[in-house]
Design a protein around this ligand. Sequence first.
Ligand SMILES: NC(=O)c1ccc[n+]([C@@H]2O[C@H](COP(=O)([O-])OP(=O)(O)OC[C@H]3O[C@@H](n4cnc5c(N)ncnc54)[C@H](O)[C@@H]3O)[C@@H](O)[C@H]2O)c1
Length: 596
Amino acid sequence: MAREFSTVGVVGLGTMGAGIVEVFARNGIDVLAVEISAPALERGRATLKGSTDRAVAKGKLAEADRDALHERVHFAVGLDALHSVDLVIEAVPEHLDLKQRIFAELDRVCRPETILATNTSSLSVTEISVATSRPNQVIGIHFFNPAPVMKLVEVVRTVVTAPEVVADVEALCARLGKVDVTINDRAGFIANALLFGYLNHAVGMFESHYATREDIDAAMKLGCGLPMGPLALMDLIGLDTAYEILDTMYRRGGRDRRHAPVPLLKQMVTAGLLGRKSGRGFYTYERPGSPVVVPDEATPLATDGALADGARAIAKVGIVGSGTMATGIIEVFAKAGYEIVSVTRGMEKSAKVCEAVKTSLNKGVVRGKLAEADRDAALGRISWSATLDHLADVDLVVEAVVEELSVKKALFASLDEICKPGVVLATTTSSLPVIDVAMATQRPADVVGLHFFNPAPIMPLVEVVRTIRTSPEATATARAVCAALGKTGVVCGDRSGFIVNALLFPYLNDAVKMLEASYSTADDIDHAMKLGCGYPMGPFELLDVVGLDVALAIQRELYLELREPGFAPAPLLEHLVTAGYLGRKTRRGFRDHSHR
Ligand SMILES: NC(=O)c1ccc[n+]([C@@H]2O[C@H](COP(=O)([O-])OP(=O)(O)OC[C@H]3O[C@@H](n4cnc5c(N)ncnc54)[C@H](O)[C@@H]3O)[C@@H](O)[C@H]2O)c1
């Protein structure tokens, strides 16, 4: 018989604590909510009220249920009030000494059978437990932010946690409607160990002016389907909490430099820019605690996408190549009303591309997304050619030929001879340095990267890559073209992986390393990222879709360019590729797809 938890204590009513109170009270459990001072208690009470009022306004909670929920919550200052609860969850700031003091005090105050749990994200549950006389009744219950919404709970058992305590807590999680993964006590557990290197890397990109906050966040939302960008997520987590988590992970997790907090973080924390809770972090919020972002001095001016910042007028576009990307890009430009010259290496190839574009446009017609007349007009705007000479009068060239530097360089040298002055020359490369391609021409200022995602007609994101030689006008032109295509163009520097791949693939590689270390299973890791962080796919699902060979190639590039030891490809990834287990395309990758 699982233990009955009828009254639960929550210590600390900040970002996490207030949400945890709500989770218990929503599920019919009485809560004693405790803070350090009367003003902090009032803040916690206000957070709970704000959250439940928003749930009522959104129709997710009935008014009567909200009122009943509030009746179940009692508030107190100081830990003494917790003498008769069945379980305590501590959610005070991420400092070991503070948590140890609180656990020693809880041990004194609470009944001997009370389970003591910490919501720590990165500290050692074991070290916290030894501050008590009952380490076997101490456990980690790691909720995700926002606690009422995110389904995942990481249950962290130490070497001394009693098995029945683990079982009781797992049963409690089920009662709360949560999905739990039970794991051992390691820095960052599953989700944060995979998340925080990525978040810190994104802050580093922002700090080095590699891209703006809006562009970094848009890239990860639109390129990977994440619910929020990394900098918005840092604001939600709280920069002070994020700093402490990174710092602890750096010290506990083998001094991986990727966890050494980016200096900007410390500066922001010192300056009181803590994120949503203080009303300002990477973004500015309507007021402290509000989720509503308001414009500030760093907010980009809204443009209509047309001719902003010296952007050049583009009417006629040359598209070179005959593969998947070229085909998709031709369709995108044609639908947006541009006149197009498609150049392939032979008219048979052109005929094939033309067929593929027609088939794709026809699908749009069948699905009712495109009128027949618009399809015909789009096709009528494309002329097909097998010679680059026909690009003499275009305003923009988009190159999407094979991913080989020598081929691209030769092509750009030819374009340099053929195209009129002022043309923007764009490469769709996903892994080669754009500057190498640019320097094959006499006009590197006009060369940019336009990194479309596959399938181009569907994916809303384009990375606009500017090299150290790219002119502001060429960048502005590329961005304006993206807007005219109905895409979001994010501008970034010319580094391996641009924004999306540079942030995504090391995370995937880390997941493989975690699996390799037998810390958890592929299923639990996938669950953790989907249910704890709202990712559309877990890392192993995504790797099987992307292709393990592709992931390995990108990871190798990142490692070679940045020489970051933490980016070294996971040996398991290399072995699977060598074994021919490349993912769905070979019916076997991390999972067996032969029966699906
Ligand atoms: N922020 C997140 O996204 C997140 C997610 C999961 C877990 N966590 C973990 O949850 C814990 C709390 O983090 P947070 O982000 O909610 O921090 P926070 O700073 O938002 O809130 C901490 C609260 O604890 C209170 N407090 C401080 N000392 C206290 C004491 N002696 N007695 C009672 N209350 C006290 C503070 O007044 C404050 O309200 C940390 O261990 C953190 O790692 C955070």
